[in-house]
Structure formats: C-alpha cells, structure tokens
Design a protein around this ligand. Structure first.
Ligand SMILES: N[C@@H](CCC[C@H](N)C(=O)O)C(=O)O
Length: 363
C-alpha cells in the first residue's frame, strides 16, 4: 500500500476551514488537478487515512487532524488579520467583535499599510460589535492614520470577512453602523456584494466645502482654481467628502490616463475650500451609462478603486447632466455598477470583494 505525502490545492478565495475538515472536499482537492486553485503544500505527517480512488484502488494518505481554523485562533501575542481587496483597493481586516475599541492604534495602522515595511494596504478595517441594533460596526483607518467616515470597497470586503468569521454561505444581508450612518450590504448569489450606500449629501456646508452653493444648496459644476488651473467641480458626500471633476477651462473632456495624479491630487486634497480635506474623482465620460475614473483618495493617495468615489461620480454626472442614473464605472482595478435610484434617492453599488490571504503579526 503506497503512502504519500499529500500536496493539497486550496482556493485562496474559498473558505479553507470547511475544505480542510471535510474529507470529501479533501479527496476532491487531492485528486482534481484543475488549476484554478493556487497550490499550497501541506505535509500531513501524523496518521494515515485511507482514500478510495476507484472501486479497485485505494491508497493511504497520512493525514494530520485539521488544526483549528486560522480564524478561530486566539492568542495575545499575535494579531491575526485577513487581507482583502475590492478591485485592488486593499485592506487589512481585523476581527474586533469582542471589544468596542479598535485593537490597534492609527500609528500601528500606518505601519501595517506601508508597502515596504509593513503588510501593504490602503487602509485597516475593524469588524466591531453592532450599535443601536445593527449587526456590526465598521471603522477604518486610512493608510495615513486618519479615520474616514465610510469606505465603499471596504464595506464589501467587510461583509465577506464577516461571512468567513461566522461561517455563513449563500445570500446574506447585514446592517452596518458606520461614520456615515446605516449601510446595508447584501451578498448576492454570484458572490458579488450589492450595497445600499444611503442618500448622497449635497448641501455644501455638509459635504463639507467652502465653495459657494450654486444649485439648491449644492455645488454643481463650479469653478475651482487649483494651482492656476481652473477645474469645474461638483461636490458630493457619501458620508465622506468627494470633489468630482469632468472638465475645466480649456478642456471639455478629460483623458484620465494622461493625468499626473501624484502631482495634482494632493492640491485638491489639501485645498482650502475643503476643510475636512477631500477625495477627488477625475472622470472621463465614455457614454451616458459608462464612465471611467481615476481617484486621488484623502489619506491614501491614488488607489486602484474607490467605492464611495464611484457613487459620488454617478451622482455628480447626473447633476451635471452627462450620464444616466445607472452606470458602469471603470476604475483602474475594475468595474463597479452604480445606481442612484430615483424612487428612494439611495445610491446602490455592486461589485466584487476577494480574500487575498490570512496573516499574523507579533504585537
Ligand atoms: N477607498 C474607499 C474610501 C476610503 C476613505 C477615503 N480615503 C476617505 O478618507 O474618505 C472607498 O472605496 O470608498
């Protein structure tokens, strides 16, 4: 009887806790070589399990009893985390369900987010106990340590992480308390997440912006001088502030690939007209239902995607009369589907969120 050391193949995006404790899955993983799976070598050394390969053949596979799931590990010397991304907007996720204060400080978050000296991420997100009857509370630190009110890609990652923590499968919806109020994400059959992002805030002083309102208390297609260049901007808050631009003096359409965001982004972010700083979306209109954007994020710089930014962009596009209420928004990391629904004035965002890996850090 042959004894082999098993190399199993585990999808990085599939819950490993179930796969590793389920002998049927184990057999599947051992003997199916279709490689949409990433290869993860594990040596099973402690005892043997007999696996029937066909009716006439069986082999002994030394199998170690599955260790407790990574997510079930509790110790005080290591911080266990999961890394997720929503279209390349990446986050360190921390299970903070047992206490109401974030387990790490903003300073530690800055270190973790560093792409050379840390894990590398656009932000750190905490899954905290619910508040006022909500299922959970979400808090986030940007990579510069500041705390924004909301994060659209982050909330999609948040609920995927919650499903792993709670071992939930299939369709689920959640109520999440955030700095931007109640947010309601729903995991769909195909694994994507649709999020009810609530109503956009347009009143200038609430965005906040010091630019004078020019349309029903809102700032729509107003001129903003940024280092001598006159841009047309519309200001929208999705709980966090956004300045959206499609054009400027002497340029009616933007070609976003050509923009030097690292040079111009900070001048928007720290502009005196934005007392809480701002996120900025640079938008190219491809059609009335298809927009292409690049985003300079407050506290994080240019990112591959920004969920609240995509929502703010569609609201601004409708207000400026250059797009419909239902749009595909292409970001450098991929597309989001955004709808600003007339019926309830809420913005709905649909997109993906993926697990990258689990990790531990000494505290
Ligand atoms: N990437 C996020 C937004 C994160 C917060 C932002 N940097 C801010 O300070 O407001 C998203 O997907 O919405």
């Amino acid at each position: 009887m042959a004894t082999i050391t098993a190399t199993i193949t585990v999808s990085l995006t599939t819950p490993t806790r179930r796969s590793l404790t389920n002998s049927v899955n184990l057999r599947y993983l051992l003997f199916n070589s279709h490689s949409k799976f990433a290869t993860l070598q594990r040596s099973f050394k402690s005892h043997k399990t007999r696996i029937a390969v066909s009716s006439s053949l069986s082999i002994d596979v030394p199998v170690k009893t599955a260790p407790p799931s990574f997510l079930d590990r509790i110790d005080t010397t290591f911080l266990h985390f999961a890394k997720y991304h929503g279209l390349g907007n990446d986050f360190v996720l921390i299970d903070n369900r047992d206490i109401i204060e974030p387990k790490i400080s903003p300073e530690k978050a800055v270190q973790l987010c560093d792409r050379n000296f840390g894990v590398g991420a656009d932000g750190v997100i905490f899954v905290l106990p619910g508040f006022n009857g909500t299922d959970y509370t979400m808090r986030i630190f940007n990579s510069d340590g500041s705390e924004p009110e909301m994060c659209g890609n982050g909330v999609r990652c948040f609920v995927k992480f919650v499903c792993q923590l709670e071992n939930l499968h299939g369709r689920h919806s959640f109520t999440i308390h955030t700095g931007a109020g109640l947010i309601v994400p729903e995991i769909l059959e195909d694994g994507n997440v649709r999020v009810d992002m609530g109503e956009p805030i347009l009143k200038a002083s609430d965005v906040p912006t010091k630019l004078p309102p020019n349309k029903d208390h809102a700032v729509v297609k107003s001129e903003l001088d940024v280092d001598g260049i006159m841009w047309n901007v519309t200001c929208v808050s999705m709980g966090n502030p956004h300045c959206v631009t499609f054009s400027g003096k002497g340029f009616e359409n933007l070609f976003v690939d050509e923009l030097k965001l690292a040079e111009i982004g900070p001048n928007f972010e720290h502009h005196e007209m934005f007392p809480a700083r701002t996120n900025t979306e640079f938008v190219q209109v491809l059609s009335d239902s298809h927009l292409k954007i690049r985003v300079w994020e407050r506290g994080a710089g240019e990112t591959l995607a920004c969920g609240t930014g995509a929502c703010a962009t569609v609201v601004a596009a409708v207000l400026e009369g250059c797009a419909e209420r239902n749009c595909t928004v292409d970001l450098p990391g991929g597309p989001l589907q955004i709808e600003w629904r007339e019926k309830d004035n809420h913005v709905y965002m649909t997109g993906s969120a993926e697990l990258v890996y689990y990790g531990s850090l000494p505290l």
